[in-house]
Design a protein around this ligand. Structure first.
Ligand SMILES: Nc1ncnc2c1ncn2[C@@H]1O[C@H](COP(=O)(O)OP(=O)(O)OP(=O)(O)O)[C@@H](O)[C@H]1O
Ligand SMILES: [Mg+2]
Length: 259
């Protein structure tokens, strides 16, 4: 049994009395504990795939299974980090995280919830900003709080749709490292679906990269880079170069096909 399975999924919407196909016969499987990166050209349907996985929209055809059960609607056990900062503006950093923990229902006692929130703020390097409101934090800091909240909720599945898209390259690397750390911190590994446009981000984070073209997954690439290797070493491996070229070639091919 796969943790996540899309079986022959199609999704279309109506515009001017015509059905517009976004996904068409898409098959996609993610195993428990896998860090899956989804890349592909803009508009090919990546965010649509995530909204189906969240249970915010439903397939026109086919089915989506999580733990072998069809997705029937949103579930607090599917955490989410969006591209745009999604903190509650009226809650402090710590209270935003506490809110998530409460919603996830993993702790009931307020003191324990506060303690867990503090622990995760510390992990993302924001212990000093616990009482600040989102507008008092930079974009990168807000995204750290969103990451802390998502990980503190301890969901089995984490969906991340271009979470670092609006972050400068240096901070982005820090947040990638942080995501790897937070994934490891959990005894059993999380199943993550992470959408990005950035090939290097995908290669550093993923066990498998799924390349999406309009309507469906075109191909999957087993990354197979050595674990626990510093980024500076990783990016100098021949295998890294080879994978990078493979993915770049796919972007060129798909562009030609859709042009
Ligand atoms: N319910 C809907 N109603 C109307 N249009 C929709 C709906 N859902 C998706 N779309 C359209 O589907 C297409 C795919 O959108 P989607 O956001 O999934 O692409 P994407 O791969 O995430 O792109 P990007 O990389 O730019 O984020 C777009 O043309 C979008 O406008
Ligand atoms: Mg998108």
């Amino acid at each position: 049994m796969s943790k996540i399975e899309f079986r022959n999924v199609s999704f279309s919407y109506e515009a001017d009395n015509k059905a517009v196909n976004i996904l068409d016969g898409l098959n996609f499987k993610v195993e428990e504990g896998e860090f899956a990166c989804l890349i592909g050209p803009s508009g090919c349907g990546k965010s649509t795939l995530v909204s189906l996985l969240l249970g915010l929209q439903f397939p026109t055809k086919g089915e989506i299974l999580i733990n072998d059960k069809p997705v029937t609607g949103p579930d607090v056990n599917r955490g989410m980090v969006f591209q745009h900062y999604s903190l509650f503006p009226w809650l402090t950093a710590k209270k935003n995280i506490m809110f998530g923990i409460k919603e996830a229902g993993i702790l009931k006692n307020r003191k324990e919830i506060a303690k867990r929130a503090e622990e995760y703020l510390e992990l993302v390097g924001l212990a000093d900003s616990a009482d600040k409101y989102p507008h008092e934090l930079s974009g990168g800091m807000q995204q750290r709080v969103a990451l802390a909240r998502a990980f503190a909720m301890d969901t089995d599945i984490l969906l991340m749709d271009e979470p670092f898209g609006a972050i400068d390259p240096q901070k982005r690397i820090e947040l990638q490292e942080l995501s790897i750390e937070l994934c490891k911190k959990r005894g059993e590994k999380k199943t993550v679906v992470f959408i990005t446009h950035d090939i290097d981000e995908a290669l550093v984070l993923a066990d498998k990269v799924y390349f999406m073209e309009p309507h469906k997954i075109r191909t999957e690439v087993n990354v197979g880079l050595p674990a626990d290797t510093p980024r500076e070493e990783l990016i100098r491996l021949n295998r890294y170069d080879q994978l990078r070229r493979e993915l770049l070639d796919l972007f060129t091919e798909v562009k030609v096909r859709t042009a």
